[in-house]
Write a protein that binds this ligand. Structure first.
Ligand SMILES: Nc1ncnc2c1ncn2[C@@H]1O[C@H](COP(=O)(O)OP(=O)(O)OP(=O)(O)O)[C@@H](O)[C@H]1O
Ligand SMILES: O=P(O)(O)OC[C@H]1O[C@](O)(CO)[C@@H](O)[C@@H]1O
Ligand SMILES: [Mg+2]
Length: 446
Protein backbone atom coordinates (compact mmCIF):
# COMPACT_ATOMS: atom_id res chain seq x y z
CA UNK A 1 0.00 0.00 0.00
CA UNK A 2 1.51 3.31 -0.80
CA UNK A 3 -0.80 6.07 -1.86
CA UNK A 4 -4.24 7.11 -0.78
CA UNK A 5 -6.60 9.32 -2.75
CA UNK A 6 -10.01 10.60 -1.80
CA UNK A 7 -11.75 9.95 -5.12
CA UNK A 8 -12.28 6.70 -7.02
CA UNK A 9 -10.81 7.65 -10.48
CA UNK A 10 -10.18 4.60 -12.68
CA UNK A 11 -9.62 2.21 -9.82
CA UNK A 12 -10.93 -1.34 -9.56
CA UNK A 13 -14.07 -1.04 -7.44
CA UNK A 14 -14.31 -3.46 -4.51
CA UNK A 15 -18.03 -4.00 -4.01
CA UNK A 16 -19.86 -4.93 -0.84
CA UNK A 17 -23.12 -6.88 -0.79
CA UNK A 18 -26.20 -5.20 0.59
CA UNK A 19 -29.45 -6.68 1.93
CA UNK A 20 -31.49 -3.90 0.33
CA UNK A 21 -31.95 -0.16 0.13
CA UNK A 22 -31.44 1.57 3.48
CA UNK A 23 -34.64 3.58 3.92
CA UNK A 24 -34.85 4.20 7.64
CA UNK A 25 -33.53 7.41 9.17
CA UNK A 26 -30.58 6.64 11.42
CA UNK A 27 -31.04 7.55 15.08
CA UNK A 28 -27.49 8.95 15.00
CA UNK A 29 -27.31 12.69 14.78
CA UNK A 30 -27.07 14.04 11.22
CA UNK A 31 -23.58 15.43 11.70
CA UNK A 32 -22.25 12.01 12.76
CA UNK A 33 -23.72 9.95 9.95
CA UNK A 34 -22.74 10.46 6.32
CA UNK A 35 -25.19 10.63 3.44
CA UNK A 36 -24.67 7.76 0.98
CA UNK A 37 -21.44 5.89 0.41
CA UNK A 38 -17.99 7.37 0.42
CA UNK A 39 -15.07 5.60 -1.18
CA UNK A 40 -11.31 5.77 -0.92
CA UNK A 41 -8.67 4.65 -3.41
CA UNK A 42 -5.43 2.96 -2.41
CA UNK A 43 -2.68 1.89 -4.67
CA UNK A 44 -2.34 -1.66 -3.49
CA UNK A 45 1.06 -3.25 -3.86
CA UNK A 46 2.17 -6.86 -4.00
CA UNK A 47 2.37 -7.14 -0.23
CA UNK A 48 -1.39 -7.37 -0.10
CA UNK A 49 -2.28 -8.65 -3.55
CA UNK A 50 -0.11 -11.26 -5.24
CA UNK A 51 3.62 -11.76 -5.07
CA UNK A 52 5.12 -10.07 -8.14
CA UNK A 53 1.89 -8.23 -9.05
CA UNK A 54 2.19 -4.63 -10.17
CA UNK A 55 0.77 -2.02 -7.78
CA UNK A 56 -2.78 -1.17 -8.80
CA UNK A 57 -5.43 1.31 -7.66
CA UNK A 58 -8.43 -0.17 -5.91
CA UNK A 59 -11.44 1.67 -4.56
CA UNK A 60 -12.95 0.67 -1.21
CA UNK A 61 -16.12 1.63 0.62
CA UNK A 62 -15.30 3.67 3.72
CA UNK A 63 -16.66 2.38 7.03
CA UNK A 64 -18.78 4.54 9.29
CA UNK A 65 -22.36 5.44 10.21
CA UNK A 66 -24.84 6.17 7.42
CA UNK A 67 -27.73 8.61 7.65
CA UNK A 68 -30.13 5.97 6.34
CA UNK A 69 -30.08 2.45 7.68
CA UNK A 70 -31.63 -0.86 6.66
CA UNK A 71 -32.75 -2.32 9.98
CA UNK A 72 -35.32 -0.72 12.25
CA UNK A 73 -33.26 -0.55 15.48
CA UNK A 74 -36.29 -1.16 17.73
CA UNK A 75 -36.82 -4.55 16.04
CA UNK A 76 -33.18 -5.51 15.64
CA UNK A 77 -31.58 -8.39 17.48
CA UNK A 78 -27.82 -8.90 17.12
CA UNK A 79 -25.57 -11.85 17.93
CA UNK A 80 -21.82 -12.13 18.48
CA UNK A 81 -19.68 -15.25 18.15
CA UNK A 82 -15.91 -15.70 18.65
CA UNK A 83 -14.03 -18.57 16.96
CA UNK A 84 -10.52 -20.02 16.58
CA UNK A 85 -7.50 -19.32 18.80
CA UNK A 86 -7.41 -16.54 21.36
CA UNK A 87 -6.08 -13.13 20.49
CA UNK A 88 -5.62 -9.99 22.61
CA UNK A 89 -8.56 -7.62 22.21
CA UNK A 90 -11.47 -9.97 21.53
CA UNK A 91 -13.30 -8.72 24.61
CA UNK A 92 -12.69 -5.13 23.52
CA UNK A 93 -14.41 -5.86 20.21
CA UNK A 94 -17.34 -7.56 21.96
CA UNK A 95 -17.65 -4.55 24.28
CA UNK A 96 -17.58 -2.07 21.39
CA UNK A 97 -20.27 -3.98 19.47
CA UNK A 98 -22.58 -4.13 22.48
CA UNK A 99 -22.04 -0.49 23.44
CA UNK A 100 -22.58 0.78 19.89
CA UNK A 101 -25.65 -1.38 19.33
CA UNK A 102 -27.23 -0.22 22.59
CA UNK A 103 -25.99 3.35 22.96
CA UNK A 104 -25.93 4.52 19.35
CA UNK A 105 -28.83 2.54 17.87
CA UNK A 106 -30.83 1.54 20.98
CA UNK A 107 -31.24 -2.04 19.76
CA UNK A 108 -33.12 -4.03 22.39
CA UNK A 109 -31.01 -7.20 22.39
CA UNK A 110 -27.48 -8.48 21.70
CA UNK A 111 -26.90 -12.19 22.22
CA UNK A 112 -23.54 -13.84 22.92
CA UNK A 113 -23.13 -17.26 21.32
CA UNK A 114 -21.04 -19.57 23.53
CA UNK A 115 -17.92 -21.50 22.48
CA UNK A 116 -17.63 -20.55 18.83
CA UNK A 117 -19.74 -22.12 16.13
CA UNK A 118 -20.63 -24.99 18.48
CA UNK A 119 -22.88 -22.53 20.30
CA UNK A 120 -25.32 -22.55 17.37
CA UNK A 121 -25.69 -26.30 17.36
CA UNK A 122 -28.49 -27.59 19.62
CA UNK A 123 -26.72 -30.88 20.44
CA UNK A 124 -24.00 -28.97 22.35
CA UNK A 125 -26.66 -27.55 24.67
CA UNK A 126 -24.86 -24.26 25.36
CA UNK A 127 -27.20 -21.48 26.42
CA UNK A 128 -26.95 -18.18 24.54
CA UNK A 129 -26.05 -15.24 26.74
CA UNK A 130 -27.81 -11.86 26.75
CA UNK A 131 -25.19 -9.09 26.57
CA UNK A 132 -26.26 -5.69 27.89
CA UNK A 133 -23.88 -2.77 28.51
CA UNK A 134 -23.57 -3.67 32.20
CA UNK A 135 -22.41 -7.19 31.20
CA UNK A 136 -19.51 -5.91 29.11
CA UNK A 137 -18.44 -2.76 30.98
CA UNK A 138 -15.20 -4.12 32.40
CA UNK A 139 -14.41 -7.02 30.08
CA UNK A 140 -11.64 -5.18 28.20
CA UNK A 141 -9.49 -5.60 31.32
CA UNK A 142 -9.23 -9.32 30.60
CA UNK A 143 -7.63 -11.40 27.89
CA UNK A 144 -9.48 -14.20 26.11
CA UNK A 145 -13.14 -14.06 25.18
CA UNK A 146 -16.01 -13.91 27.64
CA UNK A 147 -18.02 -16.00 25.16
CA UNK A 148 -15.53 -18.84 24.83
CA UNK A 149 -14.31 -20.23 21.52
CA UNK A 150 -13.81 -23.50 19.67
CA UNK A 151 -12.34 -25.03 16.55
CA UNK A 152 -13.91 -27.60 14.27
CA UNK A 153 -16.49 -27.55 11.45
CA UNK A 154 -20.18 -27.03 12.07
CA UNK A 155 -23.00 -27.19 9.55
CA UNK A 156 -23.84 -23.83 7.94
CA UNK A 157 -27.37 -25.09 7.50
CA UNK A 158 -27.77 -25.72 11.25
CA UNK A 159 -26.20 -22.32 11.96
CA UNK A 160 -28.60 -20.56 9.58
CA UNK A 161 -31.52 -22.40 11.20
CA UNK A 162 -30.31 -21.24 14.63
CA UNK A 163 -30.08 -17.63 13.40
CA UNK A 164 -33.67 -17.85 12.16
CA UNK A 165 -34.86 -19.50 15.38
CA UNK A 166 -33.21 -16.78 17.47
CA UNK A 167 -34.64 -14.10 15.16
CA UNK A 168 -31.20 -12.54 14.57
CA UNK A 169 -30.87 -9.60 12.16
CA UNK A 170 -27.11 -9.17 12.38
CA UNK A 171 -24.37 -11.67 13.23
CA UNK A 172 -20.93 -10.39 14.19
CA UNK A 173 -18.37 -13.12 13.74
CA UNK A 174 -14.93 -12.56 15.25
CA UNK A 175 -12.18 -14.90 14.10
CA UNK A 176 -9.25 -15.74 11.87
CA UNK A 177 -8.94 -16.97 8.30
CA UNK A 178 -10.90 -20.16 9.02
CA UNK A 179 -13.65 -18.23 10.73
CA UNK A 180 -13.97 -15.88 7.79
CA UNK A 181 -14.46 -18.91 5.53
CA UNK A 182 -17.16 -20.10 7.92
CA UNK A 183 -18.73 -16.61 7.81
CA UNK A 184 -18.78 -16.74 4.01
CA UNK A 185 -20.53 -20.08 3.96
CA UNK A 186 -23.06 -18.97 6.60
CA UNK A 187 -23.78 -15.85 4.56
CA UNK A 188 -24.28 -17.93 1.41
CA UNK A 189 -26.67 -20.27 3.23
CA UNK A 190 -28.67 -17.39 4.69
CA UNK A 191 -28.89 -15.76 1.23
CA UNK A 192 -29.91 -19.07 -0.36
CA UNK A 193 -32.81 -19.17 2.09
CA UNK A 194 -33.76 -15.61 1.17
CA UNK A 195 -33.28 -14.41 4.76
CA UNK A 196 -32.27 -10.84 5.42
CA UNK A 197 -29.57 -11.38 8.01
CA UNK A 198 -26.40 -9.33 7.92
CA UNK A 199 -23.16 -11.29 8.39
CA UNK A 200 -20.23 -9.06 9.34
CA UNK A 201 -16.75 -10.37 10.18
CA UNK A 202 -14.14 -8.81 12.42
CA UNK A 203 -10.78 -10.34 11.45
CA UNK A 204 -8.82 -11.64 14.43
CA UNK A 205 -5.53 -13.50 14.59
CA UNK A 206 -2.13 -13.11 16.19
CA UNK A 207 -0.60 -14.86 13.16
CA UNK A 208 -1.61 -11.87 10.98
CA UNK A 209 -2.34 -14.34 8.19
CA UNK A 210 -5.66 -12.99 6.90
CA UNK A 211 -5.50 -12.02 3.26
CA UNK A 212 -5.60 -8.30 2.56
CA UNK A 213 -5.51 -7.28 6.24
CA UNK A 214 -2.22 -5.46 6.90
CA UNK A 215 -2.48 -5.83 10.71
CA UNK A 216 -5.20 -7.75 12.44
CA UNK A 217 -6.13 -6.61 15.96
CA UNK A 218 -4.13 -8.16 18.80
CA UNK A 219 -1.10 -8.67 16.60
CA UNK A 220 0.69 -5.66 18.07
CA UNK A 221 0.09 -6.87 21.63
CA UNK A 222 1.32 -10.36 20.71
CA UNK A 223 4.47 -8.83 19.22
CA UNK A 224 5.01 -6.82 22.45
CA UNK A 225 4.86 -10.00 24.51
CA UNK A 226 7.07 -11.90 22.08
CA UNK A 227 9.61 -9.08 22.32
CA UNK A 228 9.67 -9.51 26.12
CA UNK A 229 10.62 -13.16 25.65
CA UNK A 230 13.37 -12.19 23.21
CA UNK A 231 14.71 -9.59 25.65
CA UNK A 232 14.97 -12.28 28.36
CA UNK A 233 16.58 -14.77 25.98
CA UNK A 234 19.17 -12.18 25.04
CA UNK A 235 19.98 -11.34 28.66
CA UNK A 236 20.35 -15.03 29.48
CA UNK A 237 22.51 -15.73 26.43
CA UNK A 238 24.74 -12.68 26.90
CA UNK A 239 25.33 -13.49 30.56
CA UNK A 240 27.38 -16.61 29.88
CA UNK A 241 30.23 -17.46 27.52
CA UNK A 242 28.83 -18.84 24.27
CA UNK A 243 25.26 -18.50 25.41
CA UNK A 244 22.62 -19.41 22.84
CA UNK A 245 19.09 -18.11 23.44
CA UNK A 246 16.27 -19.72 21.48
CA UNK A 247 12.76 -18.28 21.54
CA UNK A 248 9.89 -20.20 19.98
CA UNK A 249 7.01 -18.05 18.77
CA UNK A 250 3.59 -18.81 17.38
CA UNK A 251 3.16 -18.53 13.62
CA UNK A 252 1.91 -21.62 11.91
CA UNK A 253 2.37 -20.63 8.28
CA UNK A 254 3.30 -16.97 8.60
CA UNK A 255 6.36 -15.62 10.38
CA UNK A 256 5.04 -12.12 11.05
CA UNK A 257 5.30 -12.36 14.85
CA UNK A 258 8.88 -13.64 14.75
CA UNK A 259 9.93 -11.02 12.17
CA UNK A 260 8.26 -8.06 13.89
CA UNK A 261 9.31 -9.00 17.42
CA UNK A 262 12.90 -9.54 16.23
CA UNK A 263 12.98 -6.16 14.52
CA UNK A 264 11.78 -4.52 17.70
CA UNK A 265 14.59 -6.30 19.64
CA UNK A 266 17.63 -5.79 17.49
CA UNK A 267 19.67 -8.36 19.44
CA UNK A 268 18.30 -11.29 17.42
CA UNK A 269 20.89 -12.93 15.16
CA UNK A 270 18.70 -15.45 13.33
CA UNK A 271 15.01 -15.29 12.54
CA UNK A 272 13.57 -18.57 11.26
CA UNK A 273 10.15 -18.38 9.61
CA UNK A 274 7.89 -20.81 7.72
CA UNK A 275 8.14 -18.81 4.48
CA UNK A 276 11.91 -19.18 4.06
CA UNK A 277 13.61 -22.57 3.88
CA UNK A 278 17.07 -23.06 5.40
CA UNK A 279 19.69 -25.76 5.89
CA UNK A 280 21.61 -26.66 8.99
CA UNK A 281 25.03 -27.44 7.53
CA UNK A 282 27.33 -26.45 4.68
CA UNK A 283 28.61 -23.14 3.37
CA UNK A 284 25.30 -21.36 3.95
CA UNK A 285 24.03 -23.51 6.78
CA UNK A 286 22.55 -22.19 10.04
CA UNK A 287 25.05 -23.96 12.32
CA UNK A 288 28.28 -22.71 10.70
CA UNK A 289 26.76 -19.21 10.83
CA UNK A 290 25.84 -19.72 14.48
CA UNK A 291 29.38 -20.89 15.19
CA UNK A 292 30.76 -17.70 13.56
CA UNK A 293 28.34 -15.59 15.55
CA UNK A 294 29.51 -17.19 18.82
CA UNK A 295 33.16 -16.67 17.81
CA UNK A 296 32.45 -12.98 17.15
CA UNK A 297 30.07 -12.08 20.00
CA UNK A 298 30.25 -14.98 22.50
CA UNK A 299 26.49 -15.27 22.39
CA UNK A 300 23.63 -15.58 19.90
CA UNK A 301 19.84 -15.28 19.86
CA UNK A 302 17.46 -17.19 17.56
CA UNK A 303 13.77 -16.33 17.13
CA UNK A 304 12.00 -19.35 15.67
CA UNK A 305 8.44 -19.33 14.36
CA UNK A 306 6.79 -22.65 15.21
CA UNK A 307 6.14 -23.39 11.52
CA UNK A 308 9.75 -22.83 10.41
CA UNK A 309 11.92 -25.63 9.02
CA UNK A 310 9.16 -28.25 8.97
CA UNK A 311 10.79 -29.83 5.92
CA UNK A 312 13.88 -30.62 8.02
CA UNK A 313 12.01 -32.82 10.45
CA UNK A 314 12.39 -36.46 9.55
CA UNK A 315 8.84 -37.31 10.48
CA UNK A 316 6.49 -34.98 8.66
CA UNK A 317 3.35 -34.26 10.63
CA UNK A 318 0.28 -35.48 8.83
CA UNK A 319 -2.12 -34.68 11.64
CA UNK A 320 -4.46 -31.69 11.62
CA UNK A 321 -6.39 -29.90 14.32
CA UNK A 322 -10.19 -29.99 14.47
CA UNK A 323 -10.42 -27.15 11.93
CA UNK A 324 -8.09 -28.82 9.44
CA UNK A 325 -5.04 -26.65 10.23
CA UNK A 326 -1.93 -28.74 9.88
CA UNK A 327 -0.28 -29.81 13.14
CA UNK A 328 3.38 -28.86 13.43
CA UNK A 329 6.48 -30.84 14.29
CA UNK A 330 8.69 -29.62 17.14
CA UNK A 331 11.25 -27.51 15.28
CA UNK A 332 12.88 -26.06 18.39
CA UNK A 333 13.25 -29.49 20.02
CA UNK A 334 14.89 -30.65 16.81
CA UNK A 335 17.21 -27.62 16.64
CA UNK A 336 18.27 -28.02 20.26
CA UNK A 337 19.19 -31.67 19.70
CA UNK A 338 21.09 -30.89 16.49
CA UNK A 339 22.92 -27.92 18.07
CA UNK A 340 24.06 -30.27 20.84
CA UNK A 341 25.36 -32.76 18.26
CA UNK A 342 27.11 -30.09 16.17
CA UNK A 343 28.90 -28.22 18.95
CA UNK A 344 29.78 -31.35 20.94
CA UNK A 345 31.39 -32.90 17.85
CA UNK A 346 33.48 -29.72 17.46
CA UNK A 347 34.18 -29.58 21.19
CA UNK A 348 32.88 -26.02 21.35
CA UNK A 349 31.36 -25.21 24.72
CA UNK A 350 27.95 -23.51 24.69
CA UNK A 351 25.03 -22.89 27.04
CA UNK A 352 21.59 -23.06 25.52
CA UNK A 353 18.65 -21.28 27.15
CA UNK A 354 15.27 -22.01 25.65
CA UNK A 355 12.16 -19.87 26.11
CA UNK A 356 8.70 -20.75 24.80
CA UNK A 357 6.24 -18.00 25.73
CA UNK A 358 3.64 -20.10 23.94
CA UNK A 359 0.05 -19.07 24.73
CA UNK A 360 1.23 -16.14 26.89
CA UNK A 361 1.50 -13.89 23.85
CA UNK A 362 -2.14 -14.31 22.88
CA UNK A 363 -4.06 -14.67 26.14
CA UNK A 364 -3.06 -11.30 27.61
CA UNK A 365 -5.29 -8.20 27.49
CA UNK A 366 -4.73 -5.90 24.53
CA UNK A 367 -2.27 -3.01 24.74
CA UNK A 368 -3.46 0.59 24.39
CA UNK A 369 -3.12 0.74 20.59
CA UNK A 370 -4.93 -2.53 20.08
CA UNK A 371 -7.71 -1.37 22.43
CA UNK A 372 -8.27 1.71 20.32
CA UNK A 373 -8.18 -0.38 17.19
CA UNK A 374 -10.66 -2.94 18.58
CA UNK A 375 -13.05 -0.19 19.64
CA UNK A 376 -13.20 1.25 16.13
CA UNK A 377 -13.57 -2.19 14.55
CA UNK A 378 -16.53 -3.05 16.79
CA UNK A 379 -18.22 0.30 16.20
CA UNK A 380 -17.77 0.18 12.42
CA UNK A 381 -19.01 -3.41 12.31
CA UNK A 382 -22.30 -2.29 13.90
CA UNK A 383 -22.65 0.70 11.55
CA UNK A 384 -22.09 -1.63 8.58
CA UNK A 385 -24.64 -4.20 9.74
CA UNK A 386 -27.28 -1.57 10.59
CA UNK A 387 -26.98 -0.12 7.10
CA UNK A 388 -27.65 -3.57 5.62
CA UNK A 389 -24.13 -4.55 4.54
CA UNK A 390 -23.39 -8.25 4.54
CA UNK A 391 -20.72 -10.80 3.54
CA UNK A 392 -17.99 -8.37 4.56
CA UNK A 393 -15.37 -7.55 7.16
CA UNK A 394 -14.25 -4.29 8.69
CA UNK A 395 -10.56 -3.57 8.13
CA UNK A 396 -8.04 -0.81 8.66
CA UNK A 397 -5.96 -0.03 5.61
CA UNK A 398 -3.60 2.94 5.62
CA UNK A 399 -5.34 4.42 8.65
CA UNK A 400 -8.76 4.28 6.99
CA UNK A 401 -11.48 1.93 8.13
CA UNK A 402 -13.01 0.23 5.09
CA UNK A 403 -15.35 -2.62 4.17
CA UNK A 404 -13.82 -5.66 2.45
CA UNK A 405 -15.83 -8.54 0.96
CA UNK A 406 -15.40 -11.90 2.70
CA UNK A 407 -14.53 -13.32 -0.69
CA UNK A 408 -11.39 -11.14 -0.80
CA UNK A 409 -10.12 -11.91 2.69
CA UNK A 410 -10.64 -15.67 2.30
CA UNK A 411 -9.01 -15.99 -1.13
CA UNK A 412 -5.72 -17.18 0.34
CA UNK A 413 -3.78 -17.13 3.57
CA UNK A 414 -1.45 -14.18 3.95
CA UNK A 415 2.24 -15.00 4.31
CA UNK A 416 5.30 -12.78 4.50
CA UNK A 417 6.81 -12.09 1.10
CA UNK A 418 10.58 -12.62 0.96
CA UNK A 419 10.66 -9.45 -1.12
CA UNK A 420 8.80 -7.41 1.47
CA UNK A 421 10.45 -4.52 3.27
CA UNK A 422 9.78 -6.44 6.47
CA UNK A 423 11.82 -9.49 5.51
CA UNK A 424 14.54 -7.40 3.86
CA UNK A 425 14.79 -5.42 7.08
CA UNK A 426 15.15 -8.65 9.06
CA UNK A 427 18.00 -9.71 6.78
CA UNK A 428 19.70 -6.32 7.07
CA UNK A 429 19.33 -6.12 10.85
CA UNK A 430 20.43 -9.64 11.64
CA UNK A 431 22.97 -10.08 8.86
CA UNK A 432 21.58 -13.60 8.38
CA UNK A 433 21.30 -13.19 4.61
CA UNK A 434 23.97 -15.84 4.09
CA UNK A 435 21.75 -18.41 5.76
CA UNK A 436 18.34 -17.30 4.57
CA UNK A 437 19.12 -15.37 1.41
CA UNK A 438 17.06 -12.74 -0.29
CA UNK A 439 16.07 -14.91 -3.23
CA UNK A 440 12.87 -16.92 -2.99
CA UNK A 441 14.48 -19.79 -4.96
CA UNK A 442 14.94 -22.68 -2.50
CA UNK A 443 18.23 -23.91 -4.01
CA UNK A 444 19.82 -20.57 -3.21
CA UNK A 445 19.02 -20.82 0.46
CA UNK A 446 20.84 -24.02 1.39
N1 LIG B 1 -13.28 -23.67 4.93
C1 LIG B 1 -14.09 -23.53 5.98
N2 LIG B 1 -15.44 -23.53 5.83
C2 LIG B 1 -16.28 -23.40 6.87
N3 LIG B 1 -15.85 -23.27 8.16
C3 LIG B 1 -14.53 -23.25 8.39
C4 LIG B 1 -13.57 -23.38 7.32
N4 LIG B 1 -12.32 -23.33 7.85
C5 LIG B 1 -12.49 -23.19 9.19
N5 LIG B 1 -13.80 -23.14 9.51
C6 LIG B 1 -14.36 -23.02 10.86
O1 LIG B 1 -14.04 -21.75 11.44
C7 LIG B 1 -13.76 -21.90 12.83
C8 LIG B 1 -12.42 -21.30 13.17
O2 LIG B 1 -11.40 -21.82 12.30
P1 LIG B 1 -9.90 -22.07 12.81
O3 LIG B 1 -9.91 -23.00 13.97
O4 LIG B 1 -9.09 -22.46 11.63
O5 LIG B 1 -9.43 -20.69 13.41
P2 LIG B 1 -9.24 -19.29 12.73
O6 LIG B 1 -10.54 -18.61 12.60
O7 LIG B 1 -8.45 -19.43 11.47
O8 LIG B 1 -8.43 -18.51 13.84
P3 LIG B 1 -6.88 -18.64 14.22
O9 LIG B 1 -6.14 -19.18 13.04
O10 LIG B 1 -6.48 -17.25 14.56
O11 LIG B 1 -6.84 -19.51 15.40
C9 LIG B 1 -13.82 -23.38 13.15
O12 LIG B 1 -15.04 -23.68 13.78
C10 LIG B 1 -13.68 -24.02 11.78
O13 LIG B 1 -14.28 -25.29 11.67
O1 LIG C 1 -5.17 -22.85 20.14
P1 LIG C 1 -4.49 -24.03 19.54
O2 LIG C 1 -5.50 -24.96 18.95
O3 LIG C 1 -3.52 -24.68 20.43
O4 LIG C 1 -3.68 -23.50 18.28
C1 LIG C 1 -2.48 -22.83 18.31
C2 LIG C 1 -2.38 -22.03 17.03
O5 LIG C 1 -3.27 -20.96 17.08
C3 LIG C 1 -2.59 -19.76 16.73
O6 LIG C 1 -2.31 -19.07 17.92
C4 LIG C 1 -3.47 -18.93 15.82
O7 LIG C 1 -4.56 -18.53 16.50
C5 LIG C 1 -1.32 -20.20 16.05
O8 LIG C 1 -0.29 -19.26 16.14
C6 LIG C 1 -1.03 -21.47 16.77
O9 LIG C 1 -0.29 -22.35 15.95
MG1 LIG D 1 -6.39 -19.53 11.13
Amino acid sequence: MNTCEATPSAAQEIRIQSLGTPEIDSPLSRNLATAGERRVVFTVDEELVDEGAAPRPMSFELAGPRDRIYFDPSKTKCAIVTCGGLCPGINDVIRAIVMTAYNAYRVPSVLGIRYGLQGFIPSYRYDVRELAPRDVEGIHEFGGTILGTSRGPQSSSEIATALERLNISALFIIGGDGTMKAAASIQQEVARRGKHISIVGIPKTIDNDINFIPHSFGFETAVDKAADAIRCAHIEAASVFNGIGIVKLMGRESGFIAANASLSMREVNFVLVPEVPFSLYGERGLFPALEKCLAAHSHAVLAVAEGAGQDLLSEHETRCDASGNKALGDITGFLRAKIAEYFSAKKIPYYLKYIDPSYMIRSVPANANDRLYCGFLGQHAVHAAMSGKTGMVVANIMDKFVHLPLELVTRKRRTMSVRSDLWQSVLETTGQGDVMGTSPEPEQHL
